[in-house]
Design a protein. Structure first.
Length: 138
């Protein structure tokens, strides 16, 4: 991360569509966090693009919506943080949560930034040392 942490920094964890609910469709990505520097683990692009493809294949979103989501992801401006520095802490959390989620937690702990997510379960993960801001799903 570059620069000192402040209350204008955020670590963002992408929300996940519900697994078995094919009736819920998202016409656009969640609203941007404006006026703040956003950080995410470097695997963000892989994780989100995989979810977009999966939702397109399941017909949860249209081709146009998938294209818009990919464009939004590419233009998001989130600073991607390389994984090697996050791996030791993510490994420590492996028994409490999915390692992919633990990478976001490790990143939020590092600069002291809040972890922003729509997943209400994240705040209850034992052993995390970051503030979790849970946003309502839109």
């Amino acid at each position: 991360m570059t620069g000192p942490p402040s209350d204008r920094h955020r670590c963002v964890r992408p929300d996940r569509p519900p697994h078995r609910d094919r009736t819920r469709r998202r016409s656009c990505p969640p609203p941007r966090i404006t006026g703040e520097q956003v950080y995410a683990p470097a695997h963000l692009d892989h994780e989100v693009s995989r979810a977009i493809v999966r939702n397109k294949q399941r017909k949860n979103i249209t081709e146009r919506q998938a294209g818009q989501a990919i464009t939004y992801l590419a233009q998001s401006g989130a600073q991607r943080i390389p994984l090697p520095s996050l791996l030791p802490r993510a490994w420590e959390l492996r028994d409490n949560t999915h390692v992919g989620d633990a990478l976001y937690m490790a990143l939020a702990e590092e600069p002291g930034c809040p972890l922003v997510t729509t997943d209400t379960k994240v705040a209850g993960v034992p052993g995390i040392r970051c503030v979790v801001e849970t946003l309502a799903k839109t």
